[in-house]
Ligand binder design. Structure first.
Ligand code: GRF
Length: 226
């Protein structure tokens, strides 16, 4: 059943994980369309995953509202409430760790996470970035790709390491730039690809099906998972 049909016919699943479900924590800063793709994917019967917490760095992130509508716990951890970035990293780490995640997903989370956070969840943090990395790292990837005049851009879903927009690649999808594209129009088509790839990547990491070998992320068969 499609998630929308499920929403109409059944009680929404709450943030309380079904026994044995893989536990997903999602970090957002804004609109949260990627979060919505995750909420929809995990709401499918038999998905085996539950979003147990959505955390944001700002209280007005619309992603928090999406989480509340889905009955998922929310948290706000604001940099301004902490003396420096390492302190913010540790506060966020503690809030996320308390939710006992199998995987942490950065879904439009617009802060750079330092080692205090990243080292707590090794090879279990997934990020989505709106370019074909290593091209166009940073916060304005779609604008930068348009300004450069590339004919093809896309998205990259990758594991997070201690460098920005850098960790081993899980999935990429190419999106052609069309005549007349502006930043919003191109970004919408890129997001459609992110919405497809991000839930698939989160599932692989949650199920322990990703082996990191240097820069490469190798996906193993379910029977190879110990
Ligand atoms: C996505 O394109 C993501 O790659 C980038 O910010 C955007 C977030 O969109 N980091 P949304 O908040 O999920 O709609």
């Amino acid at each position: 059943m499609a998630a929308s049909a499920r929403a109409q016919n059944q009680e929404p699943r709450t943030g309380e994980a079904v026994a044995d479900d893989k536990r997903v924590v999602v970090l957002v800063s804004g609109h949260g369309s990627n979060l919505q793709a995750l909420l929809d994917a995990t709401a499918e019967p038999g998905s085996g995953m539950t979003v147990v917490l959505v955390a944001a760095d700002r209280p007005d992130a619309f992603g928090l509202e999406r989480a509340r509508r889905a009955g998922v716990d929310t948290a706000v951890v604001r940099p301004a409430d902490h003396p420096d970035r390492p302190a913010f990293d540790l506060a966020l780490r503690d809030r996320v760790a308390a939710a006992r995640p199998d995987v942490v997903c950065l879904a439009g989370f617009m802060r750079i996470l330092g080692p205090g956070f990243v080292r707590a969840f090794p090879d279990r943090i997934v990020n989505t970035h709106p370019s074909l990395l290593p091209a166009f790292r940073g916060a304005h990837a779609v604008r930068d790709a348009l300004a450069y005049g590339v004919k093809v851009t896309g998205c990259t879903v990758h594991l997070v390491d201690e460098e920005v927009d850098h960790g081993p690649v899980l999935f990429q999808s190419a999106v052609p730039v069309e005549a007349g594209d502006d930043e919003d129009r191109l970004h919408e088509r890129i997001k459609a690809e992110e919405h497809r790839l991000l839930p698939a990547a989160v599932r692989l990491v949650a199920e322990g099906r990703v082996r990191v070998e240097g820069r490469r992320a190798r996906i193993v068969q379910p029977e190879e998972v110990p």
